[in-house]
Design a protein around this ligand. Structure first.
Ligand SMILES: [Ca+2]
Length: 283
């Protein structure tokens, strides 16, 4: 989730504090016209519906990828849930509601859970591309149960860090929250302590390289970068590491992990799986 967006600017250039844009918060970026973004949100909904998805994990980037470290492609992720949606005429129709963890604007080191809509999601996209993981039927059902239960809020830790370590309970970001929800669905527990133990054992995080200088300066430039929870190197959860995890444990099929391009997409044509996975596998 936008986890990685702002950090990238810091990590890549690190010369200047980056302006806080479109990461894991609810502020729109509006990089494209409202019509284009509305059409793209519909395109995503139609693709999910055509695949019969009741629950999908969708990712966007609020920053240009050249500003993101390594192979990180997305800065925000959220659950899209197929549900009855109120219409202006007072009726209902089926569509997707989006369940997000967003960091607050002030202070940026705290987060909240917010439900909004597909257009809010695409208004935070700067590239015209989203990443999607559609869990298998059993996992969709289990994730839906967690979202609809008190577990969902119990799994939220409002202490926010952009590059939170997914195996450490101290901080959380949007992607880690999604991993925690998936973990709760797998192991049928709301105990964050137990979930962190299991993530340490079974989840291979994405490694982010920062030199000593960057590691010292980055938190001064961006309060959302907190490294107290990191030990050797920096580990975080990303679209790619979540996708690898879902595949490795048969929680999603390979053809249900994909990207969707808007007609106006600026995304480079590269294969997303493999880079982070390979780097992760190498350690
Ligand atoms: Ca954490």
């Amino acid at each position: 989730m936008r986890i990685v967006l702002v950090c990238l600017a810091l990590i890549g250039g690190l010369a200047l504090p980056a302006p806080v844009l479109a990461d894991s918060n609810s502020e729109p970026v509006d990089a494209f016209s409202l019509r284009e973004m509305a059409d793209f949100s519909k395109q995503i909904e139609q693709e999910l519906a055509s695949r019969g998805a009741y629950v999908a994990m969708v990712f966007r980037t609020g920053r240009d990828r050249s500003e993101l470290p390594g192979d990180i492609r997305y800065t925000h992720g959220a659950f899209w849930v197929y549900a009855p949606v109120p219409t202006l005429g007072g009726g209902t129709q089926y569509g997707y509601a989006v369940y997000n963890l967003y960091h607050e604007i002030d202070p940026v080191t705290l987060s909240g859970l917010y439900q909004d809509w597909p257009l809010d999601f695409t208004r935070g996209d700067t590239v015209g591309q989203v990443g999607v993981i559609i869990p298998n039927r059993e996992m969709q059902s289990r994730i839906l149960d967690v979202i609809a239960s008190p577990y969902f809020e119990a799994l939220h830790n409002p202490d926010y860090s952009l590059l939170s370590n997914p195996a450490d309970a101290r901080f959380q970001n949007c992607t880690e929250f999604m991993l925690d929800v998936v973990s709760s669905a797998i192991w049928q527990t709301a105990s964050r302590e137990q979930i962190k133990v299991n993530i340490e054992a079974y989840f291979r995080p994405t490694r982010v390289q920062l030199n000593v200088f960057q590691r010292f300066l980055a938190p001064l430039a961006d309060a959302r970068l907190r490294f107290d929870d990191q030990r050797e190197g920096i580990r975080t959860a990303t679209f790619a590491s979540l996708a690898d995890f879902m595949l490795a444990f048969d929680l999603a099929d390979e053809d249900q992990i994909f990207e969707i391009d808007a007609p106006y997409s600026r995304a480079e044509d590269i294969v997303y799986l493999g880079g982070e996975a390979a780097a992760t596998a190498a350690d």
